[in-house]
Write a protein that binds this ligand. Sequence first.
Ligand code: C5P
Length: 249
Amino acid sequence: MGNQDMSVCGNRSPIIVALDVPDLRTAQKLVDELHPLVGFFKIGLELFTAEGLNAIETVKAAGGRVFLDLKYHDIPNTVKRAVMAACSLGVDMLTIHASGGANMLMAAAEAASLAPHPPILLGVTVLTSIDAEALYSELKVRVKLEEHVVHLGKMAMKSGLQGIVASPLETDRLRHALGNEAIIICPGVRPAWAQRDDQKRVATPEKALSLGADYVVIGRPITKAHDPRGVTTKILQGISKYRKEVKDR
Ligand code: C5P
């Protein structure tokens, strides 16, 4: 990374790259290009469904850490057994839909606690592609979006999870409600110069981190770029510059 600030690189990088790609070849290329600039790679539904365990192996073999984002949402026993299976794969982070309820979340936490190296369990609150209108008219949730997110976040933490996934726009509120122990991860992050795609509730990486996020998940602005490494470097430079400015204030 040349003369870059190492506090934003490798395992200390606040960027998690979402490997939302169709096959192993594309994933491998991105991992080779981006590790060790970033430490964490998110394997989601598309890549895992297409390539299964090979996707996890690809990231681990390159020295990267695996965020398995399958957003489990089922009856407690099924989720418990799925979490046990995920733990045996040696993943570092795992997502569970908080809207599956407290019993399901506790079953997930119990399963992880039995593993020799438990992954960080994260509750997904409200997807960043859902806005207030969709939450109200499609999902028929009658409380404000922010209130619902905080409710789900509190339930996830109370049930034994270590953190949550939420929009940057709710991060400030969540940090206050959940305290410093909770790990907050924000997707729906876009550098000011990038397209929004289908994300509705977005913020820049600097903004999300300043509001209390521990990590930001970034997919398409990096994976669809002509030069993924160049784009990642540019984003990390922005974060590093912002952190220096805050320190010098
Ligand atoms: O390409 P983009 O940066 O929009 O990718 C965001 C990633 O974060 C996707 O993999 C998506 O599944 C995930 N995600 C999200 N909103 C959530 C939870 C996860 O966008 N609430």
